[in-house]
Design a protein around this ligand. Structure first.
Ligand SMILES: NC(=O)c1ccc[n+]([C@@H]2O[C@H](COP(=O)([O-])OP(=O)(O)OC[C@H]3O[C@@H](n4cnc5c(N)ncnc54)[C@H](OP(=O)(O)O)[C@@H]3O)[C@@H](O)[C@H]2O)c1
Length: 272
């Protein structure tokens, strides 16, 4: 395998997969809208895939979105037709809404792997949860007191690269990856606070109240409905257990949330 297409290459996992692949000596084709690749425009798929050996698939904004199966299945069929058979999809642990997307990938004839990730640790330092925490000192989220084994996206990237380059070992398999420790959202914010030396708080709200806040920020009614349903199911306790995918694939323990928080704090992630 020498040429890898990385979708979502400017995002949280894609940027790390691209970096890890380059470090391993692979040629990376970074794909995102800024580079002319658009999931919503099938005419942009072939140019980025042609001549590549494998691809990492990240479907924005969510792998369980209603339009994800058609897009991921469609792109996978184009890829297989061009001889790009090894496809690794970023999926989500415990997300029933993502199963049709995984099935569409599997139905394409690809040598597929689904990497089902827990909630990212980096949700606290990159992406939509960051702003309130950094500027307002408070995270408002419908996480209740449910416990989650937040996973470091660098571990996801390492597992993705292993799945892409590990021969047939991970083909036609779903790998579940999590961090090593269960934390409530409140405990996670407390670890971020300790790492930054700032007073940071977590306020649990109901999914419905969270949806109303999102609508207030201008999120469309369809997206609000999808996210409220998604968070209600994902945060009902079904994911309050660790998974051993990182150890299974990489032969080492996953990175710990506390180490992540200290590194991100030192890099200035939560400086107001
Ligand atoms: N957050 C979590 O805790 C979690 C847990 C498990 C699974 N997931 C899954 O992770 C995925 C998101 O991955 P991520 O966090 O690594 O990505 P991300 O940081 O949200 O970045 C999204 C990437 O997709 C690109 N993009 C956006 N719209 C696009 C379009 N229409 N066509 C082509 N590219 C587009 C963006 O670049 P441009 O804007 O330049 O196009 C960017 O590179 C979702 O499928 C989600 O379900 C998330």
């Amino acid at each position: 395998m020498s040429t890898l297409v990385v979708t979502g290459a400017s995002g949280r996992t894609g940027s790390r997969v691209a970096a890890a692949a380059r470090a391993a000596g692979l040629t990376v084709r970074a794909a995102s809208r800024a580079r002319g690749f658009d999931w919503q425009d099938p005419s942009t798929w072939e140019p980025v895939l042609r001549g590549a050996d494998a691809a990492y698939l990240v479907y924005p904004t969510d792998v369980g979105a209603p339009d994800a199966p058609e897009a991921v299945g469609g792109l996978a069929r184009v890829a297989v037709g061009l001889g790009v058979r090894r496809l690794v999809l970023l999926s989500a642990r415990g997300e029933e809404q993502a199963l049709p997307t995984e099935e569409a990938l599997a139905g394409s004839g690809a040598e597929w792997t689904a990497v089902r990730a827990a909630w990212f640790a980096q949700n606290f330092s990159e992406g939509p949860l960051l702003d309130e925490l950094r500027t307002g000192g408070e995270l408002v989220f419908p996480g209740g007191a449910v416990r989650e084994p937040f996973v470091d996206v660098r571990d996801i990237a390492d597992v993705v690269l292993a799945a892409l380059t590990g021969g047939d070992r991970y083909v036609r398999r779903a790998l579940e990856v999590s961090g090593p420790r269960l934390l409530t959202f409140g405990e996670a914010v407390a670890e971020v606070a300790a790492a930054t030396g700032r007073e940071l708080a977590y306020r649990a709200v109901s999914p419905r109240e969270y949806g109303e806040r999102l609508a207030g920020f201008g999120v469309s009614p369809e997206e609000v409905e999808f996210l409220v349903e998604l968070f209600t199911s994902l945060l009902d306790g079904r994911n309050a257990h660790v998974s051993d995918g990182v150890r299974q694939v990489l032969g080492r323990a996953p990175r710990d949330f506390g180490d992540y928080a200290r590194e991100a704090a030192a890099a200035g992630a939560w400086k107001p």
